[in-house]
Write a protein that binds this ligand. Structure first.
Ligand SMILES: *[C@@H]1O[C@H](CO)[C@@H](O)[C@H](O)[C@H]1NC(C)=O
Ligand SMILES: *[C@@H]1O[C@H](CO)[C@@H](O)[C@H](O)[C@H]1NC(C)=O
Ligand SMILES: *[C@@H]1O[C@H](CO)[C@@H](O)[C@H](O)[C@H]1NC(C)=O
Ligand SMILES: *[C@@H]1O[C@H](CO)[C@@H](O)[C@H](O)[C@H]1NC(C)=O
Ligand SMILES: *[C@@H]1O[C@H](CO)[C@@H](O)[C@H](O)[C@H]1NC(C)=O
Ligand SMILES: *[C@@H]1O[C@H](CO)[C@@H](O)[C@H](O)[C@H]1NC(C)=O
Length: 425
């Protein structure tokens, strides 16, 4: 009895010191999205800018490999241990009774995988235990889903095993089905990978939920429920007390929203491509070679929206043109560098606006989406970078920093991607 009172008291104290209730139930099909450094995240990092750019580089190489850019020669990660930590997480309940997991969102991935009990090399102490779930079922080799898994093989127990790499990590897993509960929605027989062996440091600790377009993704598996429609609002990384939202399904989606056609690359079915036709700095449309922005399903070239990259990457000729015009418009100040950012200014200067011109939709970035401010000193940097050289890269990535505090709508049936400003709290 006394210990119960003590626990109650401690819980009350914890609740009081928090300004948000991390366990607050999500409404209907709307999930709360937490930044990795949110109060509600157990995975806080203190990664510096320079390291974030390094992570982004590893991420970019990974995306480029998905996009088929010189696939065979792309190093997925350098020899250094780059922690490709997930930026945003949501709560997923798996099994019967439900086992809660905080899974990373990845809009450029199809697969879902969860560290399972007995896993060798998984960093998390929170593991999914299929033996404690009455609805869990291991898929056999002949299951049709097994053909969609990366590098599938038949294990001695005739279950569907697969190996894959993610960032600098490798995973050994087997395909499982179980009930997935997101907010108040139930998705029966959801297929995902149960990780039993992992190496490397780039895996999200409690697993990953892919929101890509391919056959094994949540979006494809919940077709009846969500009709390949969802939207999200990513909270600012600095507002640790805020959470954003992931709204699944066509219900309650914004009606008045600017949209651009969503394009499909048949060879890289996970990625959400759009047609970026130009970039404006101030009122000047920057001179960018057409080939730097052109969508080409044959090569994977084009522009994607990604939630896992932090800073927008533009192919070099596009980035250089934007940066040069940006610098030209900042009067009476010379740009300096900080880490991988090459357009930084100290003190108070007036910055030009930057507008992404998509087919049928212009998006002007508010200052919070355009500039990153150094906590030490008075530096503000243009929060974009050129795609890494030596990759023969043809991919432009609109990253999470540029998407924060906007609602991004993915509407596959109507082939459109929408954007509107929204404060995600
Ligand atoms: C978050 O909430 C805590 C406690 O209420 C407060 O001390 C802190 O300043 C807040 N942080 C931000 C970034 O708003
Ligand atoms: C995964 O790779 C390991 C090491 O190469 C191998 O022993 C194992 O059989 C592979 N498993 C699957 C399911 O392909
Ligand atoms: C889920 O799988 C089980 C076992 O194969 C099957 O009996 C059940 O009908 C499936 N449920 C749905 C909703 O597909
Ligand atoms: C910028 O650099 C140029 C060339 O080094 C120099 O002449 C000029 O005074 C600098 N301007 C400022 C505002 O520091
Ligand atoms: C930052 O810049 C402002 C405006 O130029 C100035 O007043 C302030 O002293 C600067 N602070 C530091 C720490 O340099
Ligand atoms: C986007 O901006 C350009 C240049 O300012 C303009 O010509 C174009 O009409 C705008 N497009 C839309 C859809 O508003």
């Amino acid at each position: 009895m006394r210990s119960h009172l003590l626990i109650l008291l401690i819980s009350l104290l914890i609740l009081k010191s928090e300004s948000i209730n991390c366990n607050e139930k999500s409404h209907s099909s709307d999930l709360r999205v937490f930044h990795i450094n949110s109060q509600c995240s157990p995975f806080k990092t203190s990664v510096s800018w320079a390291d974030t750019l390094l992570q982004d580089k590893a991420r970019f190489l990974y995306l480029s490999s998905l996009a088929g850019v010189r696939k065979s020669s792309v190093p997925i990660a350098s020899g250094r241990a780059i922690v490709q930590s997930p930026t945003y997480i949501v709560r997923a309940n798996i099994g019967t009774p439900a086992q809660p997991m905080l899974v990373a969102l990845d809009t450029s991935n199809d697969a879902a995988w969860i560290p399972c009990s007995g896993c060798v090399g998984c960093s998390s102490s929170v593991l999914f235990d299929p033996s404690k779930s009455s609805s869990s079922r291991t898929l056999q080799c002949e299951a049709p889903q097994c053909k969609q898994a990366p590098n599938p093989s038949c294990t001695v127990s005739k279950s569907c095993g697969f190996n894959m790499t993610y960032g600098g990590s490798t995973i050994e897993a087997y395909l499982t089905q179980d009930t997935l509960t997101l907010a108040s929605d139930v998705i029966p027989n959801y297929t995902f990978g149960c990780i039993n062996k992992a190496s490397g440091t780039s895996l999200p600790a409690q697993g990953l939920m892919g929101l890509g377009r391919g056959p094994l993704s949540l979006i494809s598996q919940s077709q009846n429920l969500y009709q390949s429609t969802f939207s999200y609002c990513l909270p600012n990384s600095k507002s640790s007390n805020f959470s954003g939202s992931l709204r699944l399904g066509p219900k309650n989606q914004p009606i008045r929203i600017k949209t651009t056609p969503l394009l499909k690359n048949p060879r890289r079915s996970s990625l959400y491509y759009v047609n970026l036709v130009g970039i404006r700095v101030g009122n000047k449309i920057v001179d960018i070679p057409t080939s730097a922005l052109a969508f080409d399903p044959a090569t994977g070239a084009g522009t994607i929206f990604d939630s896992g990259t932090v800073y927008t990457r533009l192919v070099e000729p596009a980035y250089v043109a934007v940066r040069n015009e940006f610098r030209r418009r900042v009067k009476n100040a010379n740009a300096t560098s900080l880490g991988g950012f090459d357009t930084c200014y100290s003190g108070s200067v007036v910055f030009p606006s930057v507008t992404f011109m998509f087919a049928g939709m212009n998006v002007t970035l508010p200052p919070d989406n355009l500039l990153i401010h150094s906590s030490a000193g008075n530096l503000s940097c243009l929060a974009m970078a050129a795609a890494p050289v030596n990759v023969n890269s043809v991919l432009n990535v609109i990253a999470s920093m540029q998407q924060q505090n906007h609602r991004v709508l993915i509407d596959v049936p109507n082939s459109r991607l929408g954007i509107s400003r929204e404060t995600c709290t």
